[in-house]
Write a protein of this length. Sequence first.
Length: 213
Amino acid sequence: MNSRHPISARAKACRLILLAAVAGSAACRHTPSLLPGETLRKAIKVNQKTLEEKGCPAKPPRSQLFQWTDATLPGPISITIDLSDQKATILRGGRPAGWTYVATGKSGHRTTPGRFHISEKVRDKVSTLWGQIVGSGGRVIVSDARAGRDGGGRFVGAPMPYWMRIYGAVGMHAGPIPNPGNPASHGCIRLPRAMAATLFDFVEIGTPVTVVP
């Protein structure tokens, strides 16, 4: 006598859901080849849109501010900062080594696009341009002040740990990223503190930094 029992309708449904999940995972891992005349950035954005339509997590959750994937890769580091996405990608020897959210210049203080190089590294730098006006007893009178323009107290420059200058008075450094994906600085490129500390240890004077619109 056959002792096997027929599969219940619920079991069949669970199996179908599992198979669909496996297929969806495979689809999420698929990256289409570049079409003739298609730029890498356009291909990435088109692919993200396709993945989102399939219900795939095309972008990391914004609670995850950065990822340092491989410190053992050989070769020099290069950094690209995307002003549109407010993200930086880090390559080492031409291969992905990490990414991070950044906070670049807000309206009226826009970070300038271009090709630059790190020209200075200072582990514990304090801004001489932006900070706070502090009164007697340490009371903050102006929380967002420009040196020499706001009076009524003593100017205290904003701390900029792990400072890496790229042009003029603009550099990368540790700082708050209050709303990931949106500009927030006076022109500098703010990084999550842990990522700023990591980059500071790996970059050198002359490391290329490209800022794209």
